[in-house]
Design a protein around this ligand. Structure first.
Ligand code: ZN
Ligand code: ZN
Length: 126
């Protein structure tokens, strides 16, 4: 029965469909592959390998999968870079805010001290 099944036709090594169902099989030897594949699978593989990150232009398969970001498809590495920049920007903003706050606190303390001294001097004068 096993032999009979094999004689039925060639099956795609990827989706396992038979050439009697999906049509001609092609021996695909691109991208370090060496498989008998149906046209659908070949198209899928070609599409996959032709995808490029719209930011760094590197082929997507070398840089992980593509992520949709602001209407562009970018690789995970570019996404990481964007996230890092965002975090750094956020930190800088936070630092600036803290700096302003600590300055205010300093001026208020200074002001209160000066006022205190003046009040003390006035009290002594009276
Ligand atoms: Zn297939
Ligand atoms: Zn990229």
């Amino acid at each position: 029965m096993g032999i009979e099944f094999k004689k039925e036709g060639n099956a795609c090594e990827r989706c396992h469909k038979l050439d009697t169902d999906v049509g001609k099989m092609t021996h695909y030897k691109n991208h370090e592959l060496d498989e008998l594949l149906c046209q659908d699978c070949i198209k899928e593989i070609d599409d996959y390998y032709s995808l490029k990150c719209s930011k760094c232009g590197k082929p997507a398969h070398l840089r992980g999968n593509l992520i949709e970001y602001e209407n562009e498809k970018i690789c995970t590495i570019c996404m990481d870079e964007i996230n890092m920049k965002k975090i750094i920007k956020e930190e800088q903003k936070q630092e600036r805010k803290n700096f302003m706050k600590s300055n205010w606190a300093k001026w208020i303390t200074f002001g209160l001290t000066v006022t205190g001294i003046i009040v003390a001097l006035l009290a002594i004068g009276i």
